[in-house]
Design a protein around this ligand. Sequence first.
Ligand code: FES
Length: 98
Amino acid sequence: MADVTMRIWRGDATGGDFENYTISQNEGEVVLDVVHRIQATEAPDLACRWNCKAGKCGSCSVEINGKPRLMCMTRMDQLPEGPVTVTPMKRSLLSATS
Ligand code: FES
């Protein structure tokens, strides 16, 4: 399969920015597989939460191309061609004000 560019938000409480990683993808992979390969090969300091890899725990929740998704359940081959954007989940208005 062709390489894919992953645009991953890297930051902390004071701010951040997108970082691009162009990496191979394999048949049948989910976004979490690709993020783990980026950790293993290019960015060992990239933080990524996950637990079950079965769509049960919700730990791997992020926004993929602007939509809330589970990284472990989002197949790479079902995303549109082009860069794949991965950002943290936006906080709800309720949690931001309480
Ligand atoms: S790792 Fe548990 S839902 Fe994705």
